[in-house]
Design a protein around this ligand. Structure first.
Ligand SMILES: Cc1ncc(COP(=O)(O)O)c(C=O)c1O
Length: 404
């Protein structure tokens, strides 16, 4: 019997179900190709991508300039390990340091690795520079945080799904409510090495802290000789209409953690970026990664940084973000209880009477829109920054259709 086109997707989903670990619950769509903001499934149906692989596709699928950099490098040199130098890593580090206004870059691969690296740097800085007693360093983190999936990181998550049954957990983390600068000030003691925060909490549902919070955290950290580590892995690199979410309050953290979009939607590339007095505490042999700083990733990262340096994507995200905000706000009271928007990044709280977030995502999928729910009732919207106003309008129309 011949296979019809219609059941190809179902077959592929069944094959995944049989042999893939069940650590995800994907929506029932099997992508086969994509270009710009549009994804095509194995059955030829097109979808507007409003997730962008959790902001890893800020420049859209297959951006020609990023593809060109990757193709050119793929033919020349892809991997050396850090045992040797390569001719792409220096230019990439220089460009990224410049974009961040910092001295040094430590390249890794995934976001969680950048966070782990930031934690190691903060602890080493605490012992070697601040003079904290051995093994006593603590890091202040926020309730509702999401910084990745490694064992240390899930240890300080307060989301039971991320955290439970993966102990014993690494000690040395102190929790405070997100957005509460006074709580941070009160939690700091002589052993505090760093405050680690998302400037906007992504996985929590695009939770934007009160105006002035980041400025106060900056002041408190400076006054107490504590590092401010900003996890900009999801919020950074143009997403919020600025290069970094910290720019919204005109502040510069001591350490930037970057990932996702840094790899241009092509490969994993993350980085820790800080000044010499902080990142310089790491000595040869103390930290690294076989693939970290590989020439293929560096070539892609360099192109991404060059694209961001023009400011074009940030400006676009700001202008179109206002358009998105207007559209989403028109839905409040019509199946939506609240929206939070920063640039082209939005959390949309669905009225429980209208259904669970997952149900709305499934209905949108049927209408050709890709979104993902988070924490039950919230839909997260993060289109590629290349989306057009007419495409935003079309997406809002689809959302309006699936809400009561
Ligand atoms: C703020 C933040 N930090 C870290 C991570 C972890 O990144 P990765 O999945 O690449 O390890 C994420 C992923 O969603 C994130 O949103």
């Amino acid at each position: 019997m011949s296979t019809t086109v219609d059941d190809l997707g179902a077959q592929l989903i069944a094959a995944e179900g049989a042999h893939l670990a069940h650590n995800y619950h994907p929506l029932p769509v099997v992508a086969a190709r994509a270009e710009g903001v549009w994804v095509t499934d194995v059955e030829g149906k097109r979808y507007l991508d409003l997730l962008s692989a959790y902001s890893a596709l800020n420049f859209g699928h297959g951006h020609p300039a990023i593809l060109a950099a990757a193709r050119e490098q793929l033919e020349r040199l892809t991997l050396t390990s850090r045992a040797f130098h390569n001719d792409k890593l220096g230019p990439f580090a220089t460009a990224l340091a410049q974009l961040c206004g910092k001295d040094l870059v430590l390249p890794m691969n995934t976001g969680a690795e950048a966070v782990e690296t930031g934690i190691k740097v903060a602890r080493a800085w605490g012992y070697r520079s601040k003079g904290i007693a051995p093994d006593a360093a603590t890091i202040i983190v926020a309730n509702g945080n999401f910084h990745g999936r490694t064992t240390t990181i899930v240890g300080f998550s307060d989301d039971p799904t991320a955290h439970d049954d993966f102990g014993p957990y690494a000690p040395g983390f102190v929790h405070v409510p997100y957005g509460d600068a006074d709580a941070i000030a009160a939690a700091i003691d002589d052993n505090t090495a760093a405050v680690l925060l998302e400037p906007i909490q992504g996985e929590a549902g695009i939770v934007i802290p009160p105006e002035g919070f980041l400025r106060r955290v900056r002041e408190i950290c400076s006054a107490n000789n504590v590092l401010f580590i900003a996890d900009e892995i999801q919020s950074g690199l143009g997403r919020v209409g600025e290069t970094f979410a910290c720019d919204r309050e005109g502040i510069v953290p001591d350490v930037y953690l970057l990932g996702k979009a840094l790899g241009g939607g092509i490969l994993p590339l993350s980085a820790v970026v800080a000044n010499e007095d902080v990142l310089g505490v790491i000595r040869p042999g103390e930290h690294g990664s076989t693939f970290g700083g590989n020439p293929l990733a560096a070539a892609v990262g360099l192109r991404v940084v060059e694209m961001l340096a023009s400011g074009e994507f940030q400006t676009r995200a700001k202008a179109l973000g206002e358009h998105l905000a207007q559209g989403l706000e028109s839905l409040v009271g019509h199946g939506v209880t609240a929206v939070r928007v920063a640039g082209l990044w939005a959390g949309v709280d669905i009225d429980p009477a209208a259904g669970r977030g997952r149900e709305i995502a499934e209905k949108l999928l049927a209408r050709g829109v890709l979104v993902k729910d988070t924490h039950g009732q919230t839909i997260r919207i993060a289109p590629p920054l290349t989306i057009r106003a007419t495409e935003i309008d079309w997406a809002i129309d689809q959302l309006r259709h699936v809400l009561p």
